[in-house]
Design a protein around this ligand. Structure first.
Ligand code: NAP
Length: 431
C-alpha cells in the first residue's frame, strides 16, 4: 500500500482530536482509503506544551515553511481559527499545492470568495464540513445527498454553548449569568463567550449555509442578529407558560421576494423536535421541495465530534470525492449570480414582546394603540406585577399575530420612548 502525507496547522482543541484519530485509527482509515494516510507534520506556535498526545519528536514544528516546502504533503488541515493569520496560512498552503480542510467558519463567512478563488486558480479543493454543526454532516448532506431538492427552509440550532445556557436556565431555573458561568466551568464557553452569546458564531454559520443551500451571498454583518444575551429567566418562564421553549435559531427561508435570513432567540413550540434539543447538542432542520423535512442532530462542537468531520473531509480529499464536490458546487464564484436576499424589514412573523411598565390604568391601551397604528394585532396578553410593593412596575407580555419586521421595530422604538415604559422592550420571534 502506498502512503499519502497529511499535515496539520493549529494544535489546539480540535487539532488534538484530529491527531488522535489520524494516529490512533491508521488501520481503519487505510482500509477505507486503500492507502496509508500518514500525519507527518503538525505546526503550532507552541511546540513545548504537553497536549496529551504522544508524537514522534520530529512531527511538531513552529515553522509553517516545513509544510509548505514538502511537496509530498497532499492535504493540509487549518485549525488555527479566526481571520489572520488563518487566511494567509490557507492561501499559502493552496499556493504550495495542498488541498485544504478547514473548520474556520469566521474565515469562510468573511473571505469565502477569496479563499475559493485561490483554490480554483491552483486547481485544489477546500473542504469545510466541520465549519457548521461540528460533527453533524450538514455540508455533505446539502452538497451531495439533497441535490435533487430546491431548499425551501432551514432552521438550525448551531451553537452548543447557547443551547446549553438556555437549557440550564429552563431546567435549573438559573439566571443568565449563572448559566454562562456554568458553561465556562464545563468548558463549553470560552473565557470571553461574546461571539457565542451575541449570535456572531451562529450568523457566520448561517451565512455559509445560506450560500451552500440557497445560493445567497450574504455579508454576515448585514444579517439581522439578536443573541441570547437579551434573554432573562422570566422570558423562559413565560414562554413555557405559553407552551414554548426559547432556542437561538438560525433561519433561512426561500420566498418569492428572496431568501429570508435571521438569527434570533425564538419561541419554539414545546412538542417539536427543535424545541427538544437539549444541552450542547445542535440540530439542523432542512426542508427540501422533494424530500420534505430532514432533521440532522448531534454534537456541534468538541474535540472528537469536530475531528470526526475533519478526518471525513481528509478521507474524501484523498479519494478525490472532495475535488468533485468542490468543482461542481462553484461556491463563492464571482460569475455565479447570487440569489436575492429579502429586505429584513419585509420579513413577516409573530412576536413575543416583554415590556416593563408603570402599573397604572391606561398603559396597556397606550401600548396597544401604538401596536395598532403599526398594523400589529395582539394575539394574547399576560400581565404581572414585578414585585408585591406598591408603585413597582408591571411586566406585560404581548404575543402578536403576524406582522412586518419593519413595523414591529418601529412600534418598539416608539413604545420604548413612552414615559410609562421602564427599560428596553424584549422582543423574540415566535415560530
Ligand atoms: N472548539 C470547537 O468545538 C470547534 C467546533 C467547530 C469548529 N471549530 C473551529 O476549529 C478551529 C480551531 O478551533 P479550536 O477550538 O481548536 O481552537 P484553539 O484551541 O484555540 O486552537 C488553535 C491553535 O492554533 C494555534 N495557533 C495560533 N496561531 C498559530 C499560527 N500562526 N501557527 C500555528 N498555530 C497557531 C494556537 O496556539 P495558541 O493557543 O498559542 O494561540 C492553538 O494551539 C476554529 O476555526 C474553530 O472555529 C471549533
Amino acid at each position: 500500500m502506498d502512503t499519502v502525507k497529511v499535515a496539520l496547522v493549529g494544535f489546539g482543541t480540535i487539532g488534538i482530536g484530529v491527531a488522535k484519530i489520524l494516529l490512533g485509527q491508521q488501520e481503519r482509515i487505510a482500509g477505507a482509503v486503500g492507502r496509508n494516510v500518514k500525519l507527518v507534520r503538525i505546526c503550532d506556535k507552541d511546540t513545548q506544551r504537553d497536549r496529551g498526545v504522544k508524537l514522534p519528536a520530529e512531527m511538531l514544528t513552529d515553522d509553517l515553511n516545513v509544510i509548505l516546502n514538502d511537496s509530498e504533503i497532499f492535504t493540509a488541515i487549518e485549525l488555527v481559527g479566526g481571520i489572520e493569520p488563518a487566511r494567509s496560512i490557507i492561501l499559502s498552503l493552496l499556493k504550495s499545492g495542498k488541498n485544504v480542510v478547514t473548520a474556520n467558519k469566521a474565515l469562510l463567512a468573511t473571505h469565502g470568495g477569496e479563499i475559493f478563488d485561490a483554490a480554483r486558480s491552483y486547481n485544489r479543493s477546500i473542504s469545510f464540513e466541520a465549519a457548521v454543526g461540528g460533527g453533524i454532516p450538514v455540508v455533505n448532506a446539502i452538497s451531495t445527498a439533497l441535490q435533487a431538492n430546491a431548499l425551501c427552509q432551514l432552521q438550525a440550532i448551531v451553537n452548543g454553548t447557547c443551547n446549553f445556557i438556555l437549557t440550564q436556565m429552563e431546567e435549573r431555573g438559573t439566571d443568565y449569568a449563572t448559566a454562562v458561568a456554568e458553561a465556562q466551568r464545563l468548558g463549553y464557553a470560552e473565557a470571553n463567550p461574546a461571539m457565542d452569546v451575541n449570535g456572531t458564531d451562529t450568523v457566520q454559520k448561517l451565512a455559509i449555509l445560506a450560500h451552500l443551500g440557497f445560493g445567497a451571498k450574504p455579508n454576515w454583518q448585514d444579517v439581522p442578529r439578536t443573541g441570547i444575551d437579551t434573554v432573562e429567566a422570566i422570558d423562559i418562564v413565560y414562554a413555557k407558560r405559553l407552551g414554548y421553549r426559547i432556542k437561538l435559531l438560525a433561519v433561512a427561508e426561500a420566498t418569492p421576494d428572496g431568501v429570508e435570513l435571521y438569527v434570533s432567540p425564538t419561541l419554539v413550540r414545546i412538542d417539536t423536535p427543535v424545541a427538544n434539543v437539549r444541552d450542547s447538542f445542535n440540530i439542523i432542520r432542512i426542508v427540501g421541495d422533494a424530500v420534505g423535512d430532514v432533521l440532522l442532530q448531534g454534537r456541534g462542537a468538541g474535540e472528537l465530534p469536530t475531528a470526526s468531520a475533519i478526518v471525513g473531509d481528509v478521507i474524501d480529499t484523498i479519494l478525490g470525492r472532495a475535488k468533485i464536490t468542490f468543482d461542481t458546487l462553484n461556491l463563492w464564484k464571482k460569475e455565479r449570480p447570487a440569489t436575492k436576499i429579502k429586505n429584513p424589514a419585509e420579513i413577516c412573523g409573530k412576536n413575543y414582546l416583554r415590556f416593563l411598565v408603570e402599573d397604572r390604568p391606561g398603559v396597556l391601551a397606550e401600548i396597544a394603540g401604538i401596536l395598532g397604528r403599526h398594523k400589529i394585532s395582539i394575539a394574547s396578553v399576560l400581565q404581572q406585577q414585578d414585585n408585591e410593593s406598591n408603585n413597582s412596575p408591571a411586566v406585560l407580555i404581548i404575543m402578536t399575530h403576524v406582522s412586518r419586521e419593519g413595523d414591529t421595530l418601529a412600534a418598539i422604538d416608539t413604545i420604548d420612548s413612552l414615559v410609562c415604559v421602564r427599560g428596553k422592550t424584549v422582543r423574540m420571534r415566535v415560530e
